[in-house]
Design a binder for this molecule. Structure first.
Ligand SMILES: Cc1cc2nc3c(=O)[nH]c(=O)nc-3n(C[C@H](O)[C@H](O)[C@H](O)COP(=O)(O)OP(=O)(O)OC[C@H]3O[C@@H](n4cnc5c(N)ncnc54)[C@H](O)[C@@H]3O)c2cc1C
Length: 396
């Protein structure tokens, strides 16, 4: 591998990087994808982490923002092809309920006029009759997307994209990058296990660790938020019923007894054989400012303010009788000023696609597609406002 010079190197084999590498490998023969797989044991792991070590991410077309609706719509349309091509099933089309205030409803309907989706709403769908285990405030407005919505396993989606990349004869290196140097026109990429990889062009898709692993001369203007989720272990007698429930996003009135803005997955069976309903929120988070803080956060060594708040919400929406016990897990989200990923050339032949803004899992296939096109050919989908994705627009 040492003497070979790749045309394209993608750094970060998470949701975006694996999708971008897949699209590059469909067109080009000399692509390398470099990034570590999931740690076997999160607590004892000596190395970096990613934001996709889970079984449930909500997917839906509706969104308060046009760009995110568009990216989701384009991605969801590809799920079947990715599943068929890789042989890995990652998508459960159980539907998604977006519920809360009139204002939230209006936002989704405004976006609907630009990116239409199938839905029913509070006027023509009886929530109590269909999903009697839900307890939302009585006056809630909602959009229910029964089709093209539900949840994806981010872990399996990454595996599926990597599998297609490897099937297309892409080279995958299961390691992480500790330095990038340029001599003449070639980048020399050094990994933790001392591999030297050479490439003419680099695309960095390293998520929350981009600024913490010595990849760039200047930090990207991103903010890393430490998030905590609560997993309620579902009682066996309820599992079959609650697996058929939709994912939901709940934006209640803020005056309503301080109810939390939450998102929640239905019952999903995890690799340990147990079945959980997962809930997370948006109000409480920890700013993560360094490599060590990120590592400590993923290992669960930093106190989280989020746990009690979202656990209370879980027990308001599903009766607490639903659960045997509760667990917590940690993850990070990467935020930008425009709330869209930075997809740009930040120095000659060095590109980034970073900043999921808590929304990129479901849309990672199309984010990978537009990133690969911009990286390889400076081509852009003009349905998306290019300005929202540039480094310049994201300088704080
Ligand atoms: C708790 C939680 C809930 C979420 N819920 C949803 C949801 O319901 N729906 C939704 O659409 N999105 C959701 N998201 C957001 C989504 O998971 C992220 O937007 C997505 O993971 C971002 O993808 P990424 O490829 O940018 O980053 P990641 O998936 O984190 O991938 C980055 C990869 O880069 C690797 N890397 C880092 N540094 C290096 C290096 N130096 N060398 C090599 N590799 C490196 C990492 O190991 C990692 O594998 C959620 C996120 C969290 C944390």
């Amino acid at each position: 591998m040492n003497s070979k010079i790749y045309e394209f190197a993608v750094i970060g084999a998470g949701l975006t990087g694996s999708a971008a590498a897949k699209y590059l490998s469909k067109k080009y023969s000399d692509v390398v994808l470099i990034g570590p797989g999931e740690p076997v044991n999160k607590q004892n792991h000596d190395g970096i982490y990613g934001s996709h070590y889970d079984e449930g991410r909500i997917t839906r077309v509706s969104d308060s923002y046009y760009g995110w609706s568009y990216l989701a719509d384009k991605s969801i349309k590809n799920y079947d092809d990715i599943q068929n091509e890789s042989g890995i099933k990652f998508y459960s089309e159980v539907g998604t309920l977006s519920i809360g205030t009139q204002e939230y409803y209006n936002e989704l309907i405004t976006t609907y006029s630009k990116v239409p989706f199938d839905y029913t709403n509070h006027d023509d769908f009886n929530l109590n009759e269909n999903f009697s285990k839900f307890n939302f405030p009585g006056n809630s407005k909602f959009i229910f997307e029964q089709n093209n919505a539900g949840h994806v396993s981010p872990r399996k989606l990454v595996n599926a994209q990597k599998q297609i990349f490897i099937n297309n004869k892409g080279d995958y290196v299961d390691d992480y990058v500790i330095s990038i140097k340029k001599s003449s026109n070639t980048f020399n990429i050094k990994t933790k296990t001392n591999l030297d990889i050479k490439s003419n062009k680099i695309l960095i898709c390293a998520g929350g660790f981009t600024n913490f692993t010595n990849l760039l001369k200047n930090d990207l203007p991103t903010k890393i938020r430490g998030r905590t989720i609560v997993l309620g272990e579902v009682k066996p007698k309820l599992i079959d019923e609650l697996k058929k429930y939709p994912s939901f996003i709940h934006k209640p009135e803020q005056t309503n007894n301080n109810r939390e803005y939450t998102y929640c997955l239905p019952a999903i069976t995890y690799p340990n054989g147990k079945t959980y309903i997962k809930i997370g929120g948006s109000k409480h988070y920890e700013d993560i400012n360094s490599y060590q803080m990120a590592i400590d956060w993923f290992k669960g060594k930093i106190n989280s303010k989020e746990i009690e708040a979202v656990k209370n919400e879980l027990n308001l929406i599903y009766n607490s009788d639903t659960f045997n016990n509760y667990h917590t897990d940690t993850c990070v989200t990467t935020w930008t000023k425009t709330i869209y990923p930075i997809i740009d050339e930040i120095e000659n032949n060095l590109y980034v696609s970073v900043g999921g803004n808590g929304s990129a899992a479901k849309s990672s296939d199309y984010i990978g597609y537009i990133s690969a096109n911009y990286f390889a050919e400076h081509d852009w989908d003009t349905n998306l406002n290019r300005d929202l994705f540039t480094l310049a627009s994201n300088i704080i």
